[in-house]
Design a protein around this ligand. Structure first.
Ligand SMILES: O=P(O)(O)OC[C@H]1O[C@](O)(CO)[C@@H](O)[C@@H]1O
Length: 560
């Protein structure tokens, strides 16, 4: 991948060219670019797989793009794409491939990785997932007391939570009709607050838990699982006249999803209630396989397969399209330009569709856990910026929260606006449909208005009278708009794959490994040490003054 040579990107000729080129564009306002190039929409907009990507409001011109394509070539992007998709060991620090794209290959495809065709195994794991989904949807999965299951609580965190949470929320309209109703819930936080809420509301007889953890060692998830198991055992083993065995309760009320079947067995998950996947699927890329069980439970297996097909369409485009037409490459290059040449290090994700409420949270992990790195793939410290700080929330709500900073603050921020073109066609009642469609138009008007105001500043106003300084908008904030023809399983699949590949291309150019997350490990280790001290099993005197003070404050609270 990056650099066929060992040169860091900032020493590549195109990087130097871009630095000089940026000086010529640094002070050119976006409104000037639109004034001099009226065909920017045609030049900088591309459509693929139900998505329209509008990059015309980036602070760049045709020359910028040409230089960026040269940079991508010099950094080895085309060969890196090939290496990723063909299953080379692109995750160098863990010495393994990153094959989330294999999870969405159609069943007639073949992909030989290190001498083995993995497509059949992928489809067998989907078939196994389908069998569990069908049992639940048919009302045939019975709890330990014999009642059909009505609630499924996913216990997972990070990639074992955020992807399924985001997609189940986004695609809730696609629930199949005529199935036994099963509601899906998510509990991730180690403090137990989400779980405690479910335990206070749900009936243990009709509730099962999905213990979702690639490693099956994540303390957040295991602590929730242990609490859930105790809750079930205390409620169900003594239920009715005949005692029910603990083994039966655990068997009937837990499904495990993990890359470690041994650990699932050790924990007590029955063999036929285990879904597995592979070490070569990164946690934050795992929603496409068995970690996607909650998605399949909400939308049904047919829609889940549509979701995979949408992602696969984007994979093929990523593999086959020229750089100038390639959506993930273009989106990545816009990011590189902003971060490394315009020095814009804040990035906001702003969907204008309530169904995408968790999309920003999902992307925060995808982008920042992947590309929040500061050493090259060869382990050398780097001296250029990598992943920007990325955050977001639903655009309409953010308008009344942090848009003030976007419009009049001192930070340059790049924004991604995301919206579906069509909405509410399926609403049966004509009056309600008409009203909701009006609301959709309102949301789109706001979405388009915000990117325009961010670009033009107060020049967006026709009346150009004098304005006091506190009412001035400087504009010139770049943005991208992604339009979905409509939000469907397929277009959502394409959208997620677009961002996954964007992250990969950026990593190639930055010469970093997007598939490991060593920075998270130290925190876990120190937390284990700290827990020992809090539990009076470690040496407090080793701690710094602040940590010591915090622990003593906690101990004092326990005495009250
Ligand atoms: O699925 P697991 O192994 O429980 O991990 C959960 C999450 O924890 C992380 O390893 C980070 O702590 C993520 O990368 C991962 O998605």
């Amino acid at each position: 991948m990056a650099s066929a040579s060992s040169a860091t990107p900032d020493t590549l000729p195109a990087w130097q060219t871009l630095k000089h080129h940026a000086e010529t564009l640094q002070h050119v306002h976006l409104k000037t670019l639109f004034g001099t190039e009226p065909s920017r929409w045609e030049s900088f907009t591309r459509q693929v797989a139900g998505l329209t990507l509008d990059l015309s409001k980036q602070r760049w011109d045709d020359d910028t793009l040409e230089h960026l394509f040269t940079l991508a070539s010099e950094a080895g992007v085309p060969s890196a794409i090939e290496a990723l998709l063909s299953g080379k060991r692109v995750n160098v620090s863990e010495n393994r491939p990153a094959l989330h794209t294999a999870l969405r290959l159609p069943d007639d495809a073949t992909l030989e990785v290190e001498g083995e065709d993995i497509v059949a195994a992928v489809h067998e794991s989907l078939a196994q997932m389908e069998r569990l989904v069908s049992r639940l949807h048919a009302g045939q999965w019975r709890g330990a007391t014999g009642k059909p299951i009505r609630h499924v609580v996913n216990l997972g965190v990070g990639g074992s939570d955020l992807g399924p949470l985001m997609v189940t929320h986004a695609l809730a309209d696609f629930r199949p009709k005529d199935i036994h109703p099963v509601e899906v819930h998510f509990a991730s936080t180690m403090d137990g607050s989400q779980l405690a809420d479910y335990l206070s509301r749900l009936n243990p007889e009709t509730t099962i838990f999905v213990l979702s953890s690639k490693s099956f060692t994540t303390i957040d998830t295991l602590s929730n699982a242990n609490t859930a198991r105790e809750w079930l055992l205390s409620r169900l083993t003594q239920h009715g006249a005949t005692p029910i065995s603990a083994e039966l309760v655990v068997r009937q009320h837990f499904i495990g999803v993990s890359a470690s079947p041994e650990k699932m067995t050790e924990w007590g998950i029955a063999d036929d209630h285990q879904l597995t996947f592979w070490e070569w699927v990164g946690g934050r890329y795992s929603l496409w396989g068995t970690i996607g069980l909650p998605i399949a439970l909400v939308v049904g297996m047919a829609n889940f397969r549509e979701f995979l097909a949408g992602a696969h369409a984007m994979d093929r485009h990523f593999a086959e399209a020229e750089m100038a037409e390639n959506l993930p490459v273009l989106l990545a290059l816009a990011g590189i330009w902003n971060v490394n040449f315009l020095d814009i290090r804040a990035h906001s994700i702003l969907p204008y569709d309530g169904r995408l409420e968790y999309f920003a949270a999902y992307l925060e992990q995808l982008e920042m856990e992947s590309n929040g790195k500061s050493v090259t793939r060869q382990g050398q410290p780097i001296n250029y910026s990598t992943c920007p700080v990325l955050w977001g929330q639903l655009g309409p709500n953010a308008q009344h929260a942090f848009y003030q900073l976007l419009h009049q603050g001192t930070q340059p921020v790049v924004c991604d606006f995301i919206a579906p073109l069509k909405r509410y066609d399926e609403v049966e009642d004509p009056d309600t449909r008409r009203h909701l469609k009006t609301q959709h138009r309102l949301a789109l008007a706001n979405c388009f208005a915000q990117s325009r105001v961010l670009m033009l500043g107060d020049d967006a106003l026709e009346d150009d009278g004098p304005r006091p300084e506190h009412k001035r908008y400087r504009g010139n904030q770049p943005s991208t708009t992604v339009l979905l023809d409509q939000l469907t399983p397929a277009t959502l699949g394409s959208l997620i794959a677009l961002y996954e590949h964007k992250v990969f291309v950026q990593a190639v150019i930055w010469d970093i490994n997007p598939f490991d997350q060593w920075g998270v490990e130290l925190g876990k280790q120190i937390a284990t040490d700290t827990q020992k001290i809090i539990d009076h099993e470690g040496d407090l005197s080793r701690m710094d003054a602040s940590s010591k003070g915090l622990i003593e404050a906690f101990w004092a609270s326990e005495q009250e």
